[in-house]
Design a protein around this ligand. Sequence first.
Ligand SMILES: O=C1O[C@H](COP(=O)(O)O)[C@@H](O)[C@H](O)[C@H]1O
Length: 228
Amino acid sequence: MRQIDYPDRAEQAEGLAASVADTLRAGIAAEGRASLALPGGTTPGLFLEALARQELDWAQVTVFPADERWVPADHPRSNAALIRRHLLRDEAVMAKLIDLYDGEPTPQAAAPGLSAHLAPHLPLTALVVGMGDDLHTASLFPGAPGIVQALSPDAPPLMAMEGPAPEREPRVSLTLPVLQAAGGAHLLIVGDSKRAALARALSMPEGTDPAEAPILGLLEHLTIHWAP
Ligand SMILES: O=C1O[C@H](COP(=O)(O)O)[C@@H](O)[C@H](O)[C@H]1O
């Protein structure tokens, strides 16, 4: 684990974008193609726009959200919509986006097909995730139904998950083994409450069950990018 603190969010966006772009270029040079999983939520807009300005062979890059709320691509809560809006432009307009919402009635019905669809793009060349104040990452929420399986080494690539109570929003999420196997893995967080949440995670006793704080399962693999 490594932590980079930036003076502001613009520098954070540029710094993280440059690092992810280097990893994608190296992946394309080695394999002819690259895959990238990205966070949704409220934080990544500036970073995605900085990434979209990076020059690389974007036609060889497949991107998808690391997690998705079970809503169509035109819904304000869609993580794919955020990626489409902020990344698929400028240099990155040719990147291929896999939308994890496929129109099945439930995430449970969709998960096996989505896992098979993602399999050829694994292991991920690069990964960026976010984190909630509750120490969830992707849509791996503390104490959620299925969380123990989603954190286990034999989890399928993607599982149906639930958001936190009381809404228990239906979602899908990449599982911990997929996140851990990513080539270059980064955590993008901003603000004092996320810094405090990270400090809380880091001060948890060794042996704490990651089902209580899912970010713990990934921390050692991550470069953390924080800005005020
Ligand atoms: O629900 C989600 O939350 C996390 C963190 O979001 P933020 O708004 O606090 O930045 C996000 O990384 C994840 O993709 C999203 O679905």
